[in-house]
Design a protein around this ligand. Structure first.
Ligand code: HEC
Ligand code: HEC
Ligand code: HEC
Length: 225
């Protein structure tokens, strides 16, 4: 292999020869490994332990290797980075088999775990709503208010809350940093900006209460701030 040959000729520092050989071996292994995309292997349907090997599905369904190899690689779960596959247009899932479904739009990121020791969790509504309906989570898994549901890693690891899907049909719980993705200071700054924007935004005036008094002078339109 070319890359290994190159490493062989790199001048190594003067260390005892066994250590030197070990270094070389480690380097060679590190460089000789093909990229994860090339390494991906999926069990054929008849041997995946999920299907009856004598049933008709094994003959009718597409083999996972044929279906999944063209999609963005991942090193976890079923080895497809599904979020990328969707964004890149590699797949175009139907919302329903029959009638077209109109799903509600809601894109807010919710920051969770503000008080823990791990980095803050960014829960992206946008990504989830590409695959799911609000009713998949609200309100039986989570309340529609930040901080109102008692979310805990303990319950998640037991297959509740986020763990209903993550580790089952979505990326596994071993990928800590995909959820715990925001530095605490950045998260606090983001929330502060959010609060400031909320305070600055002109709140829609409540409808005037019915009154017999003469309306007061029209409010001057300020520069807003
Ligand atoms: C699917 C998303 C997800 C993944 C993956 C995940 N966590 Fe969490 N984790 C959460 C959420 C959500 C909370 C609770 C947030 C809250 O308290 O509001 C949490 C809370 C925690 C807490 C308790 C609070 C704290 O910060 O001390 C720890 C510890 C923790 N996670 C560690 C981990 C470790 C270690 C991993 C990887 C092995 C991991 N988590 C993977 C979503 C996730
Ligand atoms: C995959 C699960 C999931 C789906 C699907 C989902 N949500 Fe959420 N939603 C959450 C979580 C988790 C929270 C945070 C709850 C908490 O902190 O207690 C949340 C919070 C909210 C909040 C409160 C936000 C805030 O800042 O207080 C609203 C509003 C909301 N969701 C609306 C929706 C709507 C509308 C849909 C569908 C278009 C939807 N959600 C789909 C999981 C989901
Ligand atoms: C009802 C199922 C469901 C629940 C519950 C759920 N998720 Fe997800 N989540 C998904 C699916 C499906 C995807 C997209 C496929 C994938 O990435 O594996 C996803 C993707 C994500 C991503 C995007 C990762 C990326 O690649 O950008 C994050 C972050 C995430 N989830 C965090 C959470 C957290 C935190 C919770 C709990 C508060 C949660 N999810 C609860 C189904 C769910």
């Amino acid at each position: 292999m070319n890359r290994c040959a190159v490493i062989m000729f790199v001048r190594l520092p003067r260390v005892p020869s066994t250590r030197c050989a070990k270094c070389l071996l480690i380097l060679m292994l590190a460089f000789a490994r093909p990229s994860p995309a090339d390494e991906r292997v999926w069990a054929p349907l008849a041997k995946d332990g999920l299907r009856d090997p004598s049933g008709p599905a094994v003959r009718i369904l597409q083999q996972p290797a044929d279906a999944l190899l063209p999609l963005s690689p991942d090193n976890a779960g079923n080895q497809v980075r599904w979020v990328h596959a969707l964004k890149e247009g590699q797949i175009n899932p139907r919302a329903s088999l029959r009638k077209p479904l109109v799903s509600e739009k809601y894109d807010k990121d919710v920051l969770l775990n503000l008080n823990g020791g791990m980095p803050v969790v960014r829960f992206p509504h946008s990504i989830h709503n590409e695959w799911l309906d609000c009713s998949n989570c609200h309100d039986h898994l989570f309340k529609k208010q930040r901080g109102a549901s008692k979310i805990s890693m303990f319950l998640i690891l037991q297959g509740e809350q986020c763990g209903v899907c993550h580790g089952a049909v979505a990326f596994p719980l071993t990928e800590c940093a995909r959820c715990h993705s925001v530095k605490r200071a950045d998260a606090l700054a983001e929330l502060e900006r959010e609060e400031a924007a909320k305070a600055a935004a002109p709140t829609p005036a409540p409808p005037p209460a019915p009154t017999n008094e003469r309306p007061s002078a029209p409010r001057k339109e300020g520069k807003g701030k």
